[in-house]
Design a protein around this ligand. Structure first.
Ligand code: FMN
Length: 307
């Protein structure tokens, strides 16, 4: 009997659907037991978020400050063959609940010497969050052996509008009747996800994960667009500066930093809107001007080690 532990957080259920679809082949196999550990903060994050709540979560997310979690029970001595960590990137970082879990004593014990697969379902920017995940796993002495990502297929500016409508307006359907529905596509969930699951199943049964990521990438489990890669590079450099600028004024939810948070909430979407067209042009030119560099970056982010 092979044992898997799935640690996950989901706020509106998108990641849970992706998990369910991916793990279906493993759930069906009687030689495999799948246990779930849902991480929940002691005080739930709001949905829909108000504008202020959303941007106020930025500094702690970027700086990796943990929040208190609701108590959870897990047999820390269970020797899992594989641990799946399913999380969302928030502000190009690991979402606070999963980031908090990774800093617990339980995680330290559970993850040591374990094989780990990460599963993400998000808008489209997960590269930097996953780099942070690689650092956590390295420090926890776990081995990342697979990464599967589900993203919103719409153009960047389109999903920027729909994610705000979704997160702040609670719009789960077509925003204003004209925008596409926010989130991961149904085809990806129905057709691709079970194929990724079959690959996980095969390697779990063999107990050898050497070729796993390569096979996942061949099936499209990691799609990296050069414009998003360039945009994330910009965000990665600037976000910590903003995070410190905000947190200097006060801790989460405090009155002292409200003005700065409010300004940031205008600056961030505006900057993305203004930069996006330039970066898209740059990204169209980059593969022509620097084909080797872009390919090298895409190859790097498709695999599971840290540089
Ligand atoms: C505070 C916040 C920040 C987010 N930042 C990002 C991000 O940087 N990159 C991204 O691709 N998606 C981002 N998203 C979208 C989430 O990754 C995810 O799609 C959404 O929260 C729905 O997931 P769930 O239904 O599993 O809770 C963000 C969402 C929230 C709430």
């Amino acid at each position: 009997m092979k044992k898997i532990l799935v640690v996950y957080y989901t706020q509106t259920g998108q990641l849970q659907s992706a998990l369910k679809a991916t793990l279906a082949p493993l759930e069906k196999d009687s030689s495999i037991s799948v246990s779930y550990l849902q991480i929940q903060p002691k005080e739930a994050f709001p949905y829909p978020w108000t504008y202020m709540q959303f941007f106020d979560a930025f500094p702690e997310t970027v700086n990796g400050i943990p929040t208190e979690l609701a108590p959870f029970t897990i047999n820390q001595d269970e020797n899992y063959d594989l641990v799946v960590i399913a999380y969302q990137p928030w502000f190009l970082s690991i979402c606070i609940p999963i980031n908090s879990f990774l800093q617990t004593a339980e995680a330290k014990k559970l993850l040591k010497d374990k094989n780990v697969v990460t599963i993400l379902a998000c808008r489209n920017m997960w590269l930097n969050g996953q780099e942070k995940m690689k650092v956590h796993l390295k420090n926890l002495e776990a081995k990342l052996v697979g990464n599967i990502t589900f993203v919103d297929p719409a153009a960047n500016l389109v999903s920027l509008v729909t994610v705000f409508a979704f997160a702040l307006g609670g719009v789960k359907d077509k925003f204003m009747g004209i925008f596409p529905k926010y989130g991961v596509s149904d085809t990806d969930l129905q057709e691709s996800a079970p194929k990724y699951g079959e690959i996980l199943l095969k390697h779990l049964q063999k107990g050898n994960y050497e070729q796993q990521q390569k096979e996942l990438v061949e099936l499209g489990a990691v799609k990296i667009k050069s414009n998003l890669l360039i945009m994330e590079g910009r965000g990665k450099a600037i976000f910590p500066l903003y995070a410190n600028y905000l947190s200097k004024r006060g801790t989460a939810k405090t009155e002292e930093r409200r003005t700065r948070v409010r300004i940031f909430g205008i600056v961030l979407p505006t900057a993305i809107l203004l930069l996006s067209p330039f970066i898209t042009i740059l990204s169209r030119l980059s593969p022509i001007l620097f084909p080797k560099k872009i390919k090298k970056e895409i190859d790097y982010y498709s695999q599971n080690t840290l540089r």
